[in-house]
Every structure is written in structure tokens, then in C-alpha cells.
Design a protein around this ligand. Structure first.
Ligand SMILES: [Mn+2]
Length: 382
């Protein structure tokens, strides 16, 4: 059985104000080509199909066209919702679509009902676990409270295991959208860690032949059988050095799976440059990156006038500009650095401490956590 594992398409996302939809169409073209040339039996899409719960009409059209063409190859499609998707909207019509081999799974209560695939060696059961927002799904999954992400995912996978126990010898694949301990993040994933531990132990996925994860945007393997495909495009400069793509997975009749990375097309590479405006505009050293997406850090002692417009005369895809005057700590930079790698609750608590002069109290931090959790819940259930 041959599968291709992809995730985090984020259709409709922009990159520093630049529309990525054409690049996303190019990825889908590439994916359709790989499915045909590699004779793939099923396409696994592990969540974050769209960038927003309310995707633009253009994004919906691209998704519709992409799914139709993928299904047109004869492959089965199994798609779950991610933390960026509205489960209700992405799941619209899913029971009708499943009749044509497009299985969009956004309902956690169906976690124990696999999509059944067959090859000459027999059956492969594909269990699709959508992104689980703990507050929203705790009841439907009858998960113990509290326990956050690990508790609800454990409850969903208990349903999977209960179903597997009635099908001895059947090969099993799980799709999930979650942050597994040990996974490496980057700057473009939305934090899911409100009010508790966001990450789940890899041991939750013991015993499945393959686990196709979504959420982290770097392609990576946590074990041979547990992998993130990562996003097909870079969504932040922190991803500049990464090779983006999918996993081509071969599930043999028995024994370990084989995986091969399939690189996605790169619409425009990313580079970062640092220097004074004059150096950047004149140095021959930067010729090879003129067509890249560029992030600049200007080191001029005084901020040059119209810096971005002047940079774009040489670098038309300059999208990001920071100032770090030589010999001086910039207020903007120190603030940006201070926010990096902080949770929403930590940022809000730091704001209180900064403006009031005394730290946020335990109760205030709790209020922030509850507020952010409510906002997130409203988004995934809207
Ligand atoms: Mn994502």
C-alpha cells in the first residue's frame, strides 16, 4: 500500500503581505503529479487545510479544485481538520463526499471508525483523528478532566484501539493534528498551549504501523513510524533552511514501513541580509539572492529615509525590514526579542507587569488563560 502524507497547506495564507495562493496551486499540481507517477493508493492530509476558520472564496475554490483533481487520480483521500480549520465548515458535505473517495474527517466521535483501504495483501485501516480542542471535545470523548491535549487524544486513540482489537492482523494508520513532545517547532505555527501542557507523548502512537502527523511545519521524523510531513511552503523566515515536502510511505504486508521524502517545489527561496543600506544596495555579494524573498536588518546608525522602497529597487521581493543600529540596542528589536517563544498568557502577564509595575497575580494569570481558551474555543467551533 502506497500513501502520500502531507499537511498544513494553510490555503489562503500570505507571507509578509504577499499572497501565496499561486504557490499553493503549484504545490497541488506537483502533488497530483506525484500521486500519478508513484501510483499512490491514498493521500493523507493531516490538518490545517485552510489558514483560517473562515477561508476566502479563492482559497475554497483552490481547495475544491485540488481535492477534485487528487480524487481524479483514483486515489482515496483522507483529510482531517487542524487547529486553523473550522471543523464544521471543512466538514460540510463530508458524508456525501466520502462516497466518491474523499473522506473529510472533522468529527472526533468518528475516530474509531476507520476508512478501510485494501491492496492485494489485505486491509489497511486508516483512523482519522481531527485536531482536538480539549474544552470542546472532552465531553464527546468522555475524557477525564483535567488533562489537556494528552487526555483527549488518549481518549480518541482508545476508541481506535478498541476498533483495532476486533480486526486482528489488519495494518493500521492514524492521522492526528497535535504537538508531540520532542517535535521541533518554528515561528509559523499557532500556539495551541492555552491553560495546560500542549504537547502529547509519542507513546500514545505505539502499536500503529504509521502515524501521519500535522501541526509542526518542519518535516521531521519522531520515530520511523511517527512523522510530521511539515507544511509544503515556508511561512516564516525561521524556515529558510528547511526542505519542504511530503512523505511517500510504503506499507508492506508485514514489518516496518518505508518512507521517502518528496521535496515540494520552491516558488521563491528565502534569505536574510544584514548591513548598511549602501552596502546592501551596492555589494556584488548579494547578486544571487536578488530574486529571493528577503528579510533585511539595517545597521545604519540613523534610520535611512524610504529604506524599503530603495531596497526594492534592487530586491523586488524584499518583505521584511528591521533596524539594529550598530552600537545601540533598538527598542523595537528588544521588544520583538522579548515576545519570541512566549505564550499568549505570558505576553499578557508581562504587559500587566510592565504597565502597572507589579507582576500579574495568580488570579489574573488564570483569567488571561481562561480568556484565551474561550477565544480559541469560539474560533474552532464557529
Ligand atoms: Mn499548521
Amino acid at each position: 500500500m502506497r500513501l502520500i502524507h502531507t499537511s498544513d497547506w494553510h490555503l489562503g495564507r500570505s507571507f509578509h503581505g504577499v499572497d501565496l495562493l499561486n504557490a499553493q496551486v503549484a504545490f497541488l499540481d506537483h502533488l497530483v503529479g506525484v500521486v500519478r507517477s508513484e501510483r499512490v493508493d491514498a493521500v493523507l492530509v493531516s490538518g490545517d487545510v485552510y489558514d483560517r476558520a473562515l477561508p476566502s472564496a479563492d482559497s475554497v475554490a483552490v481547495c475544491d479544485d485540488g481535492l477534485s483533481r487528487l480524487a481524479g487520480t483514483g486515489a482515496q483521500l483522507i483529510v482531517i481538520s487542524g487547529n486553523h480549520d473550522s471543523a464544521t465548515r471543512l466538514g460540510w458535505g463530508s458524508r456525501l463526499l466520502s462516497r466518491s473517495g474523499v473522506h473529510i474527517r472533522c468529527d472526533p466521535s468518528l475516530a474509531g471508525s476507520p476508512v478501510s483501504l485494501t491492496d492485494p495483501h489485505g486491509e489497511v485501516a486508516v483512523y482519522a483523528v481531527p485536531y482536538l480542542e480539549p474544552h470542546a471535545v472532552r465531553e464527546v470523548l468522555q475524557a477525564p478532566e483535567p488533562g489537556g491535549h494528552a487526555a483527549v487524544l488518549r481518549a480518541a486513540l482508545a476508541r481506535v484501539r478498541a476498533d483495532m482489537s476486533t480486526h486482528a492482523g489488519v495494518r493500521s494508520v492514524v492521522l492526528a493534528h497535535t504537538f508531540v513532545v520532542g517535535g521541533q517547532g518554528c515561528a509559523s505555527e499557532r500556539d495551541i498551549g492555552v491553560g495546560g501542557v500542549a504537547s502529547v507523548p509519542i507513546s500514545l502512537f505505539d502499536g500503529f504501523d504509521y502515524t501521519a502527523l500535522g501541526h509542526l511545519h518542519r518535516q521531521q521524523s519522531l520515530s520511523p513510524a511517527v512523522r510530521y510531513s511539515g507544511s509544503p511552503l515556508a511561512f516564516s523566515f525561521s524556515e529558510a533552511g528547511q526542505v519542504k515536502g511530503s512523505w511517500l510511505i510504503e506499507i508492506p504486508r508485514e514489518g516496518p514501513i518505508q518512507a521517502q521524502a518528496v521535496a515540494a517545489p520552491v516558488p521563491r527561496p528565502l534569505s536574510s541580509l544584514r548591513g548598511t543600506l549602501d552596502e546592501l544596495l551596492t555589494s556584488a555579494a548579494h547578486c544571487d539572492v536578488e530574486s529571493h524573498f528577503l528579510a533585511f536588518t539595517l545597521t545604519d546608525a540613523a534610520r535611512p529615509i524610504d529604506a524599503m522602497a530603495r531596497l526594492r529597487t534592487r530586491f523586488p521581493h524584499a518583505v521584511c525590514l528591521d533596524f539594529a543600529p550598530e552600537g545601540r540596542v533598538s527598542v523595537d528589536d528588544s521588544y520583538a526579542v522579548a515576545l519570541r517563544a512566549k505564550t499568549d498568557t505570558e505576553i499578557a502577564a508581562a504587559f500587566v507587569a510592565h504597565t502597572r509595575g507589579t507582576p500579574a497575580t495568580h488570579d489574573e494569570v488564570g483569567l488571561f488563560a481562561d480568556g484565551f481558551a474561550a477565544a480559541r474555543l469560539a474560533e474552532v467551533t464557529s
